[in-house]
Design a protein around this ligand. Structure first.
Ligand code: ASP
Ligand code: MG
Length: 455
């Protein structure tokens, strides 16, 4: 029993869809397929909602979505009956989407709840097209939507967390019944619903997380995340030409890399799989013979202390000054709470007697300043901000306990005239993070890679 996830770039056109079909049809094992939207569809839905629209624009937009899906459908399905059935299902989705978009125009209101609902339509359509292709190939595929399947979330719009117990009790019996009927479920990724039934998204690239949730729910033997890259690499190959693929990572290593900018997996993918010790394999649709990266429960022995370097190129630092601010109890946690309620993620924090430094995404900087300035008058005297910063993250099990590693890294960096600030080595045993000026990011990455990987 396994779960296979395919992303939007593997569903971008007829030929890619056929590759996906061949992978699915290549064995007879019981499996659940979890899909993203076809490439570009989620972005298109977001772009459409980013402006005030007229009614004619709704028709044109929905028409363009119809064309894109019908074009792929015609390419991948031969049987007239199957095609007609899929056209009917797609039309039902498009009509519903159109009504929701008119609703936004008439109400002159776009709430977080509606934004999530609208974005869920990309996945609702992709599962119809892929299922039709599989049926045409003789696979008994059945499209199924996550809300109908019963994936339950905590209700945080835009970045929900699964309620695993409730989800398991809904999903497991449904999937097992489908297996008994010899059906292959093709499930929408990206979203679930609140217990009241409102659609909530898991955040961009959330389908990885959906697949891991389903793997947990049915106690799958394996979770395969199929992408258009070779899995995790020792560094971003666009920055470091000599970057090499990584055959195996521990759950912690993969989680840290994903959190700190490696865009291979949704940052929370590891969590549900880890609860059940399910191995995650990241594989390449365009190179199915290649093993990719295995993410395993146990520590993976490796000759290298540092397995990979990831980075977030667009971060900013906010420094809040106040007399005794660092030693007043509860101030840091209160600040974190204020920021998190404004949906601002803090990637690193450091305190001193008079200052609290926080690392956040640069796009959140103005909002963070507003939130802190308003709420903490009297405690915070003054706020300083620094833009154009990048965060580097070196990952390897036990890295922060290995004596001399941090020293070695920083002396190499210093020897190249690069200035390092805000270091965090203690937060995780697996990750060492520090910031540099954004303009130094590429050079720093290459220098460290050269030292630890050669090449
Ligand atoms: N379609 C969604 C996105 O583009 C979810 C996913 O691809 O995993 O972010
Ligand atoms: Mg995607």
């Amino acid at each position: 029993m396994k779960v296979l996830k395919f992303g939007g770039s593997s569903l971008k056109d007829g030929p890619s869809m056929r590759k996906v079909g061949a992978i699915i049809a290549s064995d007879n094992e019981e499996k659940v397929i979890v899909l993203s939207a076809i490439q570009g569809i989620t972005d298109a839905l977001l772009e459409f909602m980013s402006k005030v629209r007229r009614e004619e624009e709704v028709q044109r937009f929905v028409g363009s979505l119809r064309d894109r899906h019908f074009k792929i459908l015609v390419e991948v399905v031969g049987s007239m009956d199957i095609k007609q059935q899929a056209v009917q299902l797609l039309t039902d989705k498009l009509v519903r989407l159109e009504r929701v978009l008119y609703g936004i125009i008439y109400l002159e209101e776009l709430t977080p709840r509606t934004r999530d609902l609208v974005q869920s339509f990309g996945e609702r359509m992709s599962v119809i097209v892929l299922s039709a292709m599989l049926q045409d190939m003789g696979v008994n595929a059945v499209p199924i939507e996550a809300d109908e399947l019963g994936i339950i979330t905590d209700g945080q719009f835009g970045s929900a967390t699964v309620e695993m117990e409730l989800t398991r009790s809904n999903v497991a019996p449904r999937i097992h019944e489908m297996f008994r009927q010899k059906e292959v479920p093709v499930v929408t990724g990206f979203f679930g619903k609140t217990p009241e039934g409102y659609i909530t998204l898991f955040g961009r690239n959330g389908t990885d997380y959906s697949a891991s949730i389903i793997a947990n729910a049915i106690d799958a033997d394996a979770l395969e995340i199929w992408k258009d890259v070779d899995g995790f690499m020792s560094a971003d190959p666009k920055v470091v030409q000599e970057a090499i693929p990584i055959p195996a990572l521990s759950y912690e290593e993969a989680a840290e890399l994903s959190y700190f900018g490696a865009r291979v997996l949704h940052p929370r993918t590891v969590e549900p799989a880890k609860e059940k010790d399910i191995i995650i394999r990241v594989r390449n649709v365009f190179k199915p013979e290649y093993e990719g990266t295995a993410i395993c429960p146990t520590r993976v022995e490796h000759s290298r202390v540092i397995k990979s370097i990831s980075s977030m190129p667009n971060v900013a630092m906010i420094k809040a000054y106040g007399a005794g601010i660092g030693s007043k109890s509860g101030v840091l946690s209160e600040i974190s709470m204020l920021l998190s309620s404004a949906e601002i993620n803090v990637y690193s924090a450091a305190t001193s007697q008079t200052c609290i430094s926080l690392l956040i995404e640069e796009s959140d900087l103005e909002r963070a300043e507003n939130v802190l300035g308003e709420a903490k008058k009297g405690v915070i005297d003054r706020i300083e901000t620094f833009r154009d910063i990048a965060l580097l993250c070196l990952v390897g099990e036990g890295l922060s306990q290995r004596e001399g590693i941090a020293g070695k890294v920083f002396s190499i960096v210093a020897a190249n005239g690069i200035n390092v600030s805000l270091i965090s080595a203690g937060a995780s045993a697996t990750a060492l993070t520090f910031t540099v000026r954004r303009e130094d990011l590429a050079m720093t990455t290459r220098t460290i890679h050269q030292e630890f990987f050669g090449g």
